[in-house]
Design a protein around this ligand. Structure first.
Ligand SMILES: O=C(O)[C@H]1NCC[C@@H]1O
Length: 343
């Protein structure tokens, strides 16, 4: 066996969505802030291609790189790599990272509750982990400020027609459509159709509506389409289907923490969900993230919320990714049978 690198990975999923974590073998990228480091990773592409492309990755895979924190309040920083984007924040990935840090002993676990501060590219996030018998069983992440941007705007989607949609941010940017309007039931049998329809809606939203973060972060596009189910109550709990199409055309298996945050910001903007109240997002495979409005706030003078997301993640394996110097595909490859090409 010979190799020019060994990248140590702990594989994990949060409520069904893969969020692997690189725990060693990669030097911290250049940059004064974790955001700048994440821009470097996005532009350079070497690590992204190595871990996300085939034969080591695949379109369903997200990979997180642990980095030393830049902010002294944080115990660890991390960079999120998704199939097309290197985003500011991610619910499922933050829950995977928290679980791997604690379950593998990188950060000492205190039972029954461990508190830590992590540094996402978007900024600091507080984590409260309920732990038992050496396992972080339940993770609550207090997300970055989330807000509604456009409410009830018309969007012409080629091949679908005119929809009424919202745009919002929950650590990443969304076009949000009521699932009923598109007439597709949010069930696993429709996963391909939901993914393709979601990408059409996202692309149309980027062309016609756009997105701009009020703090001038440079995150100025819409990443995802949230198909929002009608809220319903079960034993007093408010729930709603939360199914997200991710570029270049896959469905989040989890309810998408950033989507639940964005949806709560929209409900809050409409006066339908208030500080202290909760919304549980239900994924296409029936898994749940419990969202809560921790506090109402403002961002650049506009209404916003600080949301939290609670869910669980499980370690599914470990791997050492290697590169034989004679491998003809050091950057891997993508094929459009499983990895739709962006238009
Ligand atoms: O939970 C989330 O927010 C994420 N899941 C995969 C894509 C999103 O970043």
């Amino acid at each position: 066996m010979r190799t020019t690198k060994i990248v140590h990975v702990v594989s994990c999923h949060a409520e069904g969505e893969v969020g692997d974590v690189i725990v060693g073998g990669v030097a911290p990228p250049p940059g004064e802030t974790v955001w700048e480091q994440s821009r470097w990773i996005a532009k350079d592409e070497t690590l992204r291609n190595f871990v996300l492309n085939e034969p080591r990755g695949g379109v369903f895979r997200h990979v997180n790189l642990l980095v030393p924190p830049k902010n002294p309040k944080a115990q660890m920083g991390w960079i999120i790599m998704e199939p097309e984007d290197t985003p500011p924040m991610s619910g499922s990935n933050s829950i995977c990272v928290s679980t791997v840090l604690l379950d593998s002993g990188i950060i000492p676990m205190t039972e029954p509750v461990t508190r830590m501060v992590l540094e996402a590219p978007a900024g600091l996030v507080e984590v409260e982990a309920h732990c038992r018998n050496g396992k972080a069983e339940r993770i609550t992440v207090t997300n970055v400020k989330s807000f509604a941007q456009k409410l009830d705007v018309a969007l012409d989607v080629p091949g679908i027609g005119t929809l009424t949609v919202d745009t919002a941010y929950g650590g990443d940017s969304f076009v949000v459509v009521d699932a009923e309007q598109v007439g597709i039931e949010l069930i696993p049998e429709n996963a391909r159709l939901i993914a393709e329809t979601g990408i059409k809606i996202t692309n149309a939203a980027n062309r016609q509506l756009g997105f701009s973060h009020p703090e001038d972060t440079g995150w100025n596009h819409i990443s995802f389409c949230l198909f929002a189910g009608i809220p319903y109550r079960e034993n007093g709990e408010l729930l709603a289907k939360s199914v997200v199409a991710i570029q270049p055309g896959k469905i989040d298996r989890s309810p998408t923490g950033t989507a639940v945050s964005a949806r709560m910001a929209l409900l809050n903007a409409r006066g339908q969900l208030h500080e202290g109240e909760s919304l549980t997002g239900v994924s296409i495979i029936g898994t749940k993230f419990v969202g809560k409005i921790v506090k109402e706030t403002t961002i650049a003078g506009q209404k916003a919320i600080v949301p939290s997301i609670t869910g669980s993640a499980w370690i599914s394996g470990t791997a050492q990714l290697m590169l034989d110097p004679s491998d003809p595909f050091p950057g891997g490859y993508k094929l459009s049978d499983t990895w739709p090409m962006l238009k």
